[in-house]
Design a protein around this ligand. Structure first.
Ligand code: GLA
Ligand code: ZN
Length: 667
């Protein structure tokens, strides 16, 4: 499959020349430097509202007209932002309702950014208005290639408008029935029966924070409020520029917004990638980043995405902002492309002179010229990306899926019980992802609503919440020949966090897995049990289920405590497929060892014949194979045949040496 927004890899990033409006020579210099750095796109106007509308109803678009023209004349595409992420001071002063109210009930003062009420009709109207003007003005401008909506939507607002909107949301969700609400929230507990919708408030530390079903409603409401805020923003853009694709930049596994839901509203996914490199655990960072790329790639059925931001050197917001090693950033960029990105973009093009981010990495440093290590690396990478046009638009074909579900993540965060310290949902998903990544096997990371039938193997770690019909979906999938893996604490609650009655895992899943979970144990820090599997012992940490087999084959058993000898790993043939249950958590090799069996039985293979040493990642996209060295030293890789090296224009075969932070893209 293929879906292209451009015919080449986008290389660019956040560009804020409005900060340099008084020094037009810097604008000219930027154009010269951008061409030197092989930059073909600029994300502009992200925080430009006060420059565009210095007073209410008084507009100044001239500088942006000039910028759009300059970009076009220099062959650079504009990814034009809507400015709602930060607002002019006059707007907040005149209409205080646009500012957010914090969880403590106090309205924020004007300042920082991402500080707007999600409900305020005034703010929504003002945003629509400025967006309409932007669309009208640039609808026919040849530089305009994409909309960048706002910036990193996040946060929540507890103002009275939002409270009322929440009440309305809950009322609709529970079909206008207080009785249903009281049942679903189990309000008989602690005498919390609600008799009027007005008694509902947002969750707060000084108020209600012990009703997990209500907190789930709040999560859903906040997430949907962001989406509806976005829908309000894009209405004029869709109307005036129907052919210009729309995206908004997501953050790494950000929890507040259900991105899997939001994805349906976007033309393409983009996300901001800020790993912590060179702090001593690059291997983990590389695996986690690979996982996150695959999360975002999977959101629109594998459609290529954009890496909208990354730092060209260091960030400024870590406690200590170590400079990554030379070429590390290029390696991370190549990793993004290998996993389905069609862009490498930076925050930021030029370091600002003042303000909060003046020490954040940029392509152009305060020295202002191109004779820097960072600039040279970026332009080298830019030239390399120009040679990788073949992968643009290309999908990957995964036969394995990991289920990572936003709503399940919320539910896991809210419940009280078992191990309240070590929840680790994302970490658990990555643990089951890595064995495949290490072997070059492509994995999709999908929500629980995804289509399982496309995959030979589906692994759903810690699937605590089973939304309506999910048990039946798993049952059908296995019945029809699928291989499904579940772990401890699976199938415990429904979408309202109400426990399933009749034993875990819920409903007929007991038959699908051929087990019954009678109890769940939790292990305090430092305490371990052991489980044996295939002749090896594994530590059991944090949490484990005490299960009985009702027909499942027992592949592994606990070794200690009163449940020693009871099943810890099971396999059940059901219909044409198999359901596996891993009843415990292990932090070492268990997933990797068990996945060898799964890979075999599910018949999933690496997309390439090239096998790589530890810490070297291999991934195929289209006809291209990416080999990336994340080890702290050079590594050699044996190629299975002759390939064309796309970056160096050579033919390569046999043993090749890849330097630290090096990579090879071959075809
Ligand atoms: C985020 C924002 C950018 C900038 C960078 C700094 O991703 O979107 O505006 O603040 O962080 O790393
Ligand atoms: Zn509000």
């Amino acid at each position: 499959m293929e879906k292209k927004f451009f015919d080449f890899i986008i290389h660019g990033g956040d560009y804020n020349p409005d900060q340099w409006i008084k020094t037009p020579e810097i604008w000219d210099e930027d154009m010269r430097l951008m061409k030197l750095a092989h930059i073909n796109s600029a994300s502009i106007g992200i925080f430009s509202w006060s420059m565009l509308e210095p007073e209410e109803g008084v507009y100044n678009f001239e500088w942006l007209d000039k910028l759009m023209d300059m970009l076009h004349e220099n062959g650079i595409s504009a990814i034009l932002a809507t400015p709602s992420g930060a607002r002019p001071a006059w707007l907040a002063q005149k209409y205080p309702e646009v500012l957010r109210v914090a969880e403590n009930g106090i309205r924020n003062e004007y300042g920082v950014r991402h500080n707007h009420c999600l409900t305020s009709p005034v703010y929504r109207e003002k945003v629509r208005n400025i967006n309409r003007l932007l669309a009208e003005r640039y609808k026919n401008h040849p530089a305009l290639k994409m909309w960048h909506i706002s910036n990193e939507y996040s946060g929540e607002c507890h103002c009275e408008l939002c409270q009322q909107a929440f009440r309305d949301w809950v009322k609709e969700y529970y079909h206008n029935s207080l009785d249903e609400l009281n049942d679903k929230w189990w309000n008989g507990f602690w005498s919390h029966i609600i008799t009027d919708w007005s008694q509902i408030n947002s969750p707060k530390r000084r108020g209600e924070n012990h009703v997990s079903a209500m907190e789930l409603c709040w999560n859903r409401f906040v997430s949907e409020s962001h989406i509806s805020f976005y829908e309000n923003e894009i209405a004029p853009l869709r109307e005036i520029t129907p052919d210009i694709p729309i995206t908004t930049n997501f953050m790494r596994m950000h929890k507040e917004i259900n991105y899997q839901d939001f994805a349906k509203h976007l033309d393409l996914i983009s996300w901001d990638n800020y790993p912590f490199w060179d702090k001593g655990y690059n291997r983990d960072e590389a695996a986690e980043t690979a996982f996150v790329h695959d999360v975002f790639r999977s959101m629109k059925d594998g459609q290529p995405f954009f890496m909208m931001e990354s730092t060209p050197s260091n960030a400024n917001w870590h406690e200590v902002n170590k400079i990554p090693k030379p070429r590390r950033q290029a390696l991370a960029a190549i990793q993004a492309i290998a996993h389905g990105a069609d862009s490498v973009q930076y925050f930021q093009w030029r370091k600002s002179r003042g303000g909060h981010e003046k020490f954040h990495g940029a392509v152009v440093d305060h020295c202002g010229h191109e004779n820097t290590r960072v600039f040279r690396e970026i332009s080298r990478l830019g030239a390399e990306l120009e040679k990788l046009g073949d992968v643009v638009g290309k999908y990957s074909n995964a036969k394995v899926a990991i289920v990572y579900d936003w709503e399940n993540g919320w539910a896991i965060d809210h419940f009280c019980g078992y191990n309240n310290v070590e929840r680790n949902y994302v970490k658990e998903c990555i643990k089951w992802y890595r064995p495949f990544r290490d072997k070059g096997i492509c994995v999709d990371v999908i929500s629980a609503d995804g289509d399982f039938s496309k995959y030979n193997l589906v692994i759903a770690p810690f699937l605590y919440m089973l939304k309506d019909g999910l048990d039946k979906k798993i049952e059908r999938y296995v019945e029809n020949g699928g291989k499904f893996v579940a772990t401890y604490l699976t199938g415990i609650v429904d979408k309202d966090d109400l426990c399933y009655l009749g034993g875990f895992p819920a409903n007929n899943l007991k038959n699908v897995f051929g087990i019954w979970c009678e109890e769940t144990d939790s292990l305090p820090k430092g305490m371990k049990n052991k489980a044996s599997y295939a002749g090896k012992d594994y530590d059991v940490v944090h949490v484990c289920d005490v299960i009985h087999s009702n027909g499942a084959e027992i592949l592994g058993k606990y070794k200690e405590d009163f449940y020693a000898g009871m099943p810890a790993v099971t396999e059940n043939s059901f219909g044409k497929g198999k359901a596996y249950y891993v009843a415990f958590r292990n932090d070492d090799d268990f997933a990797a060892d068990f996945c060898k069996k799964l890979i075999d039985e599910a018949g999933v293979d690496s997309d390439t014949e090239i096998s790589v040493p530890q810490d070297v990642f291999v991934r195929k996209r289209g006809d291209c194979v990416f080999i990336m060295n994340f080890a702290d030293c050079e590594k050699s890789v044996m190629l299975d045949k002759e390939y064309a090296d796309l970056i160096n224009g050579l033919t390569v075969s046999g043993e090749v040496t890849i330097p630290e932070c090096g990579y090879l893209v071959i075809k």
